[in-house]
Design a protein around this ligand. Structure first.
Ligand code: NAD
Length: 352
């Protein structure tokens, strides 16, 4: 076994159907009495439900969370938290809402309770991102790591099929890159394999029946495990490409991950035999990258960057940005090979 260093981020996880009802007890456990509830405009009903549950411990709702946490929105939300004297932030929603809670926590140190309703995984990481004048500033800070995470699969029953599939593959992306992380360790490797297996099983079942409670439970469980790996080990080429494509070309987050993942993994295939073996085992396939391509294609997710608004003329720009401040990657980064990767992803071809 290779030498490794292992550390664990502190967090409390409450998992199960109906656990949203435990929100008041979890807030009390943190010694908090005035929560600011956060959501996107689309999910304000969920924030209202949280307020009803909390009664007098709900001090206000801020329902303007947006993708990529615009600095102006974060400033408004911080102001709202100060104005009502909030002592706790409750994020009900996906990565965008949890990202907003993190931005407020970064400034105020307020504890965050996350109630995730997608599979993106932000709730398990100390990573934050704030976008100002078209540039996303990211960083890691222990203050933004949610103290408590309530995973209630019932809240995901309404997540539309295509978002469920792309969000699930977004989660798999974290675990797949964790399998070959430079700072990887056996615990994260185990969680990654279990997480990928749970999501790969759940995704087709959710496609068949969006309200399949067992599949929803499996998917959220998988998302927890995959999100945990994202919070503990470094990511590589795949995440760098997706941040470049999302940040510079404003491509949708989960769809971009879904399209790029098979190609980024195929790029690293020869340099990561052990990771490929585990990935294949989790996906019940000899060819993990291909199996992920088929998982997306067969379940109605996009497989081509050209179908989500990316222009062919931007392929070279994207490759150059990805090469400018590269993340560590198991295979050497070569411009021609990256261009070929992006061209295949652009056209929606299977990974080589
Ligand atoms: P999202 O939070 O933007 O949600 C997408 C849309 O789906 C929103 O309109 C939302 O209101 C809606 N939605 C969410 N849950 C729903 C449900 N159960 N039913 C119906 N509608 C629902 O999307 P996301 O993919 O969860 O998050 C993407 C963002 O999270 C990106 O900005 C990404 O950078 C960030 N992210 C951060 C980390 C991290 O560690 N910091 C990790 C993963 C993602």
């Amino acid at each position: 076994m290779n030498p490794f260093v292992y550390h664990a981020n502190p967090s409390r996880v409450v998992f199960g159907m109906g656990t949203f009802a435990q929100l008041p007890a979890e807030i009390e456990r943190l010694g908090c009495h005035r929560s600011l509830l956060l959501s996107t405009p689309h999910q304000v009903e969920l924030a209202r439900d949280a307020a009803t549950l909390l009664g007098s411990a709900a001090a206000g709702i801020f329902d303007q969370a947006q993708m990529h946490v615009p600095a102006g929105v974060a400033a408004q939300a911080s102001k709202a938290a100060k104005k009502i004297g909030a002592d706790c932030l409750v994020a009900t929603g996906g990565g965008s809402t949890i990202g907003l809670a993190k931005a407020i926590a970064l400034e105020s140190g307020l504890p965050v309770v996350a109630v995730p309703t997608t599979y993106a995984g932000s709730e398990m990481t100390p990573i934050y991102g704030i976008t100002d004048q078209g540039r996303k500033r990211t960083g890691s800070d222990a203050r933004v790591l949610p103290r408590t995470v309530i995973y209630d699969p019932e809240l995901t029953l309404g997540l539309p099929v295509v978002i469920s599939v792309t969000s699930g593959i977004n989660a798999i992306a974290h675990a797949a890159e964790a399998l070959y992380a430079r700072d990887g360790n056996p615990i994260m490797e185990t969680l990654a394999e279990l997480g990928i297996r749970a999501l790969a099983r759940a995704i087709p079942a959710i496609r068949s029946d969006v309200e399949d409670r067992q599949a929803r439970s499996d998917a959220l469980y998988g998302a927890w495990l995959c999100g945990t790996t994202l919070g503990h080990v470094g990511m590589a080429l795949h995440h760098k490409l997706c941040h470049t494509l999302g940040g510079t070309f404003n491509l949708p987050h989960a769809e971009t991950h879904t399209i790029v993942l098979p190609h980024a993994l195929a790029y690293n295939r020869k340099s990561t035999p052990r990771a490929m073996q585990i990935l294949g085992r989790a996906l019940a396939s000899e060819d993990g990258p291909r199996a992920l391509y088929e998982l997306a294609r067969d379940n109605g997710a996009p497989t081509a960057l050209r179908d989500i608004g990316f222009q062919e003329a931007d392929i070279a720009v994207a490759a150059d940005i990805a090469l400018t401040h590269p993340y560590w990657n198991p295979a050497p980064l070569a411009r021609e090979a990256l261009l070929a990767l992006l061209q295949r992803a652009y056209r929606g071809e299977p990974p080589i």
